[in-house]
Design a protein around this ligand. Structure first.
Ligand SMILES: Cc1ncc(COP(=O)(O)O)c(C=O)c1O
Length: 449
């Protein structure tokens, strides 16, 4: 293996050069966390990417999740090329808009109507505006540790912020995640899986609450499924008080099932937000919902605008992608099977290395953590894991040809095959052995973890 310095020399030089003109040298803050350097990629195909130094990797980052069909999926690429020859954006209606909307209405349980924007953050913003205009109320309930994009005012109590003390009553104090924010006083922060806390909040302040917003399987602050009955309780409380239940399916949408988490969990929200995998790598997002919930758009109480909304290139990509997702009968079964094999292999490798790796899987969603509880119920419990060891694991994987996010999320695509799996597991065995060698004083894992 080349020395680490030589292995990433071009990526390192590219980062140094970028820092002179691009603030921080990266275009989104998360990339700055990659060690030993923010990697600069040259190209990708299927499950693999190649960096500027010519190193090839099995890619488990996949653009932070959108690339459910891997890099350069042939039908999506062909559809985008074909549209590019006909025009890249119009400022007028085009045929693909309704075609795409019809597909969403067909596959998403809550969708009777939808509207489009470009990023997940924007779509969340739209959904909240619809909820506020529709209910005439201002407050939105969000859960500690859930992430809904970078817009004010939901960028509070996100992953990376400290958790409230266990004894603190709901609503918890919102913790802003960045400087320059407004609007945190319109958010009521609750605890995921705390039905009693939410019930008390509705009893005290139900008349102020426009919506309860959630990641239906909490992906961003640890992979935490809803406990049995929790979502049913949220559905009951929102319906009784006239608030909207909003699923943020930016990660789970099209990835857990073509109809997203709501299809898998059997709970139908009033509104749901989609991004990431909807267009297999092109920027497109959507809000879908019942006709009643979407009424503020129909009667003009909410004006929904955006230069690139349902841009034809992105619409072409989304139509082609959704046709693959729903067209291949065993698409999701194969994805789940790959993730199950990866999860089992990682657990065995960790046992062999003596690392307390917590392997959490929900269908095709997979995350690992070093230490902490095996099955956390809430964000605060995930903070017991060893962040240093997790970052080291990711770095050791990178050195062995596998890219995993520093916080140890594992995305997979339909193009990840047995060879990718074996390469990943071989790398994991060696990387975990290196993690096990971290000096005890560097480890924050409790002895019995
Ligand atoms: C659950 C969730 N919602 C919303 C967003 C924001 O999407 P975007 O980055 O496209 O604005 C993200 C991004 O990671 C997300 O994970």
């Amino acid at each position: 293996m080349a020395s680490v310095e030589n292995r990433y020399a071009r990526s390192a030089r590219r980062h140094e050069r970028a820092k002179k003109s691009l603030a921080t040298g990266v275009a989104t803050a998360m990339r700055a966390a990659q060690r030993p350097v923010p990697l600069a990629l040259d190209h990708g195909r299927g499950s693999r990417v190649v960096d500027l130094d010519g190193n090839e990797y099995v890619d488990h980052v996949l653009g932070f999740g959108p690339l459910l069909l891997g890099h350069c999926p042939p039908t999506v690429t062909a559809a985008v090329h074909a549209q590019l020859d006909r025009g890249s954006t119009f400022g007028a209606q085009h045929e693909l808009e309704a075609e795409l909307a019809e597909r969403l209405v067909e596959v998403i349980p809550c969708a009777e109507l939808c509207c489009f924007s470009t990023t997940g953050s924007e779509a969340v913003h739209t959904a909240l505006r619809i909820a506020r205009a529709g209910t005439g109320r201002r407050k939105v309930v969000k859960f500690q540790g859930h992430y809904h994009g970078w817009v004010d005012p939901v960028l509070v109590s996100t992953p990376g912020t400290p958790a409230a003390a266990a004894a603190d009553p709901v609503p918890l104090d919102p913790v802003p995640a960045t400087g320059g924010q407004l609007g945190a006083d319109e958010v009521l922060v609750a605890r995921w899986n705390d039905a009693a806390g939410l019930e008390a909040l509705f009893a005290a302040r139900g008349e102020e609450i426009a919506a309860v917003l959630m990641e239906p399987v909490a992906c961003n602050g640890g992979l935490i499924e809803p406990l049995p009955g929790f979502l049913e309780k949220v559905r009951e409380l929102t319906a009784a008080s006239g608030a909207l239940m909003i699923f943020d399916e930016v990660v789970t949408g099209f990835r857990m099932a073509v109809g997203g988490a709501q299809e898998v969990l059997g709970i139908t929200p009033d509104l749901a937000v989609y991004g990431k995998a909807i267009a297999a790598g092109l920027p497109l997002s959507a809000v879908a919902g019942s006709e009643a919930a979407m009424a503020p758009l129909l009667d003009g109480r909410v004006a929904h605008v955006g230069t690139f909304n349902c841009n034809p290139l992105c619409a072409a990509a989304a139509i082609a992608a959704i046709d693959v997702y729903r067209g291949e009968p065993d698409f999701y079964a194969r994805l789940d099977a790959h993730m199950a094999a990866l999860a089992d292999g990682l657990a065995s490798a960790a046992d062999a290395a003596g690392v307390p790796l917590r392997v959490r899987r929900s269908g095709s969603l997979l995350q690992t953590a070093v230490g902490g509880p095996a099955t956390p119920r809430e964000y605060a419990e995930t903070l017991a894991s060893d962040r240093e060891a997790e970052a080291r694991f990711s770095e050791e994987m990178l050195n062995r040809g596998v890219i995993v996010l520093p916080r140890n999320w594992w995305f997979s695509s339909a193009t990840h095959d047995e060879a990718d799996l074996q390469l990943t597991l071989q790398a994991a065995a060696a990387a975990l052995a290196a993690v096990a060698e971290l000096a005890p004083r560097e480890r924050k894992v409790p002895a019995d973890a």
